[in-house]
Design a protein around this ligand. Structure first.
Ligand code: BG6
Length: 297
């Protein structure tokens, strides 16, 4: 069986190699594990709540319709940080392709977390597709505006990647990009050839061309390659010591050494989707050679 559904999750295994698999929790349609030839690629906190009592700390939580805590938009500002998709039970829509095995999950205003849809009374329809390749994982989202007005939203895949040691890790190919540092609350052009980590990092790289391949490199070896489609921004986040200590569901406390979030999204601006229209985007996680892309002239 390549797809196994239980009450709370769906596990998809690759038909040609069962040691390659993806597990998706129905709560938040959160990917909580992606194993490539037996090796886990994502970081998941050992204290992550998987019972629907709070968003999952780790894996690939889905951020919609707002990134962070908004305080300017009349409606979106009522929602908690990162919106309502990660705090809702999604419906499993079934398998749509046998090879590469692909499954879909759906969420709309009728089935989403009622406490939160009360705060953001907008009619929407989301379909998440999870495609498990022999050597990649692709997550795609389609947002449909089924209301009568233009819908404003952010989308982001909050991807927690597993690494060996944050101090030996670099994120490449973001040189020359405009970045908003959420800690300094300042924007600047990042002139560093690579992003390195020595303290808490929370940066939104903006309008990063889709042909920029973001790579996570550990001790000179490519660990993760991330391609983005229709997702112009990329958040790079590591909570470091103090922030991890303050998060009750972040364990082990030194787990920040083994994770880095690279989060493809559309978050600097809102997507404005006219009534009746659809918007789609995806992220592709895979392995590649090291490909350094120089700063644009
Ligand atoms: C990142 C944000 O995307 O998510 C950070 O840039 C935030 O500012 C982090 O701290 C985690 O958010 P949360 O709500 O899952 O604790």
């Amino acid at each position: 069986m390549t797809v196994e559904e239980t009450a709370t999750q769906v596990v998809v295994s690759h038909p040609s190699d069962a040691s390659t698999s993806v597990t998706i929790l129905k709560y938040g349609a959160t990917v909580i594990s992606w194993k490539l030839k037996g090796e886990e690629q994502l970081w998941l906190s050992s204290a992550a709540k998987l019972d629907g009592s709070k968003p999952v700390r780790g894996g690939i939580p889905l951020v919609f319709p707002v990134f962070g805590k908004n305080n300017t938009d009349e409606l979106l500002s009522k929602l908690p940080q990162h919106g309502l998709a990660r705090n809702s039970n999604w419906e499993f829509l079934g398998q749509t392709k046998s090879n590469p095995p692909t499954v879909q999950f759906g969420l709309n205003h009728k089935v989403a977390n009622a406490e939160l849809t009360k705060l953001w009374p907008v009619e929407f329809n989301l379909i998440l597709s999870v495609e498990l390749g022999e050597d990649y994982l692709k997550t795609g989202i389609e947002v449909e505006n089924v209301s009568n007005d233009t819908m404003k939203f952010n989308w982001l895949f909050h991807t927690y990647l597993k690494i060996d040691d944050i101090e030996d890790t670099m994120v490449s190919n973001l040189v020359g990009m405009k970045v908003y540092d959420q800690l300094l609350k300042e924007s600047f052009i990042d002139k560093h050839p690579v992003v390195t980590f020595h303290q808490e990092t929370d940066s939104i790289y903006q309008n990063v061309d889709s042909d920029r391949l973001i790579q996570v490199v550990g001790k000179g070896v490519q660990l993760h390659s991330i391609k983005r489609n229709n997702l112009p921004d990329a958040v790079v986040w590591n909570p470091w010591v103090e922030k991890s200590a303050g998060m009750g569901d972040f364990e082990p406390k030194d787990g920040f050494k083994n994770m880095v979030c690279v989060e493809p999204g559309h978050v600097s601006d809102f997507v404005s989707l006219p009534a009746g229209e659809k918007w789609s985007a995806s992220q592709l996680l895979y392995k590649d050679e090291l490909k350094y892309q120089a700063i644009e002239p």
